[in-house]
Design a protein around this ligand. Sequence first.
Ligand SMILES: Cc1cc2nc3c(=O)[nH]c(=O)nc-3n(C[C@H](O)[C@H](O)[C@H](O)COP(=O)(O)OP(=O)(O)OC[C@H]3O[C@@H](n4cnc5c(N)ncnc54)[C@H](O)[C@@H]3O)c2cc1C
Length: 286
Amino acid sequence: MDYVRAASLEEALAAALRPGAAFVAGGTNLVPDILFGRKKPVLAVDISRLRELRFIEERGGRLRIGALATVTDLLESDRVREAAPPLHESAVEFAGPLVRNRATVGGNLLDASPAADLAPPLLAQDGEAELLSAEGPRTLPLASFFLGYRKTTIRPGELLTAVSLRSLGPNDRSAYQKLQLRRAMAISVVSVAAALWMEGGRCAEAGIGMGAVAPVPYRSGAAEAELRGRVVGEAEAEAAAAAARREARAIDDVRASARYRERMCEVLVRRLLRRTLGLPSPARAH
Ligand SMILES: Cc1cc2nc3c(=O)[nH]c(=O)nc-3n(C[C@H](O)[C@H](O)[C@H](O)COP(=O)(O)OP(=O)(O)OC[C@H]3O[C@@H](n4cnc5c(N)ncnc54)[C@H](O)[C@@H]3O)c2cc1C
């Protein structure tokens, strides 16, 4: 395998035109994949020194995050904590400090694991991927970015430069939970991110991102439809939770059965909505 460290975006894009080339950012997925023979790139194009891809900024009501922002960058950003609390919480739960210091936002999305922890919060907040190739830039919703197990719409030689998300304000509501089999360094069994944009007491817009349920991270459109445009109380939270379960096309794997995952979709959506809306916990509801 050949290796090149790109000194500029142009150099990275030019090198990536070679068939079999792969970008490497933090290397926390790609290096183990190469070592275990799961991937065999002919050329590793190291983009880790491209400073222009490492930023967090606000633009037009959206938070833009460079593809090379690390999970530690998310954790340490006040803007992420304020405008994207579920993303911030997912960074808190992500691996340990050593991995967080190397793992990038772009690498997490491009590895396209169903359990990629940054995907549900980004999906819930209307995430968009900004892509660049020798042919030019394009932007597409993250909701249509993941095609199948470890498969995205990215084209050979194309680079993810940034993701953007719709910011949450101080009166909006959100919550995140990662269900895992131990307290730290665990792959998600199910993870859910909820974002509700409020107008008065009404939920004007809703985003529910689901991870580790199906072969791809996805938005639960059925759950969102039960919330959008409504004053959300007990009945609406229940309806959204039930819809999330009905919509789940869950997978069986070593961590959990499909049945358990479907049930957890309902439990977690209910729990997050109740928590963020200040509804009493179900045990104390009556
Ligand atoms: C011990 C350990 C614990 C982990 N814990 C977690 C966890 O809790 N949650 C979680 O979600 N993941 C976890 N991971 C997985 C991994 O750390 C993350 O997915 C990480 O975000 C990957 O980012 P990276 O920069 O290291 O990607 P890399 O390994 O550099 O790249 C991953 C893939 O993305 C491609 N790529 C990278 N950047 C770009 C780009 N800008 N444009 C186009 N293609 C690109 C690469 O070609 C490669 O195919 C863990 C990994 C390890 C080793």
